[in-house]
Design a protein around this ligand. Sequence first.
Ligand SMILES: Nc1ncnc2c1ncn2[C@@H]1O[C@H](COP(=O)(O)OP(=O)(O)OP(=O)(O)O)[C@@H](O)[C@H]1O
Ligand SMILES: [Mg+2]
Length: 324
Amino acid sequence: MSAILQTENLTKRYGRGRQSRLALDSLTFHVEEGDIFGFVGPNGAGKTTVIRILATLLKPTAGEAWVGGYSIRSDTRAARRMLGYMPDFFGVYGELTVREYLDFFAGCYYIPPRERPPLIADLLELVDLGHRRDDDVDSLSRGMKQRLSLARTLIHDPQVLILDEPASGLDPRARVEIRDLLVELARMGKTVFFSTHILADVAEICTRIAIIEAGKLIAQDTLSALGLQQETPQRAITLEVLGEPAEAERILLSIPALRDVQPSPENDLPPERSRWQATFSGDDRALSALLSDLVTAGLPVVHFSEQQTSLEEIFMQLTQGIVS
Ligand SMILES: Nc1ncnc2c1ncn2[C@@H]1O[C@H](COP(=O)(O)OP(=O)(O)OP(=O)(O)O)[C@@H](O)[C@H]1O
Ligand SMILES: [Mg+2]
């Protein structure tokens, strides 16, 4: 096993003097070839800063990093060729269609025009967007834009993918789709490094993770070594449905996966709606299946969401285990 990504005492200070802010504090970690590596931390932890440094878009204040053995400081071009970078936001590119968008990026990587159509067709098939190839990029849903962004990341066939919160803002089904894609890419021989603040995202697919908080590394290891591979935690679900509350309750109680079904105390709802709380234990795939079970059972669902356990809470449990 060799390290395809490596950092050594990576440090980044934004600004100068009294206004300056230490965003990364001597961070050392590595990602091995073939890993699906989750880079976990709360908002402001420094994930995007690390990712932008690895992607050679930002210079560290001190320390060093290597991509495929190439220094991001002295071998910037070679390092850049090794990696595909997906930013945490989707840039707007005017009125391009999906196909034109990928063609534009293929051009940026000097892929000859005649090689582009089959390459673009393959990529669109991989991310399941073939049927939208002639639609404007702007007209895609957020989940589709994320998948298109991933396709763009792959256009020059890089060995390592560096993805900044690829699943953020997606519903459970779209999150599952992105995760399946990451697994598929790993199967194709890519190393996948991605940031997230949702632990459920890493719990199922990652071979190893690193946790950072306030620019410092808290842990890096396999999930089982970090004690994260326990049964899936309880998840709190909120639902809003139409129709008679008694009928809604009957259906909700008939679904075995849902527990502790209770009407929600707030009554800020229009008269035809009722709100319910319940608990559920299962992964995202099961959560997505739950929603379709509810609809199949005849429940007119108008809102379905999960209260995320805040990472801070999980950190409290985790760091106790790690530090003590
Ligand atoms: N351009 C900048 N100038 C000054 N400070 C910055 C800049 N970019 C980031 N920071 C600061 O660096 C720290 C780390 O930010 P970063 O964006 O890397 O965190 P993150 O883990 O990606 O957070 P999020 O989950 O919100 O995306 C934060 O305190 C942030 O305010
Ligand atoms: Mg970020």
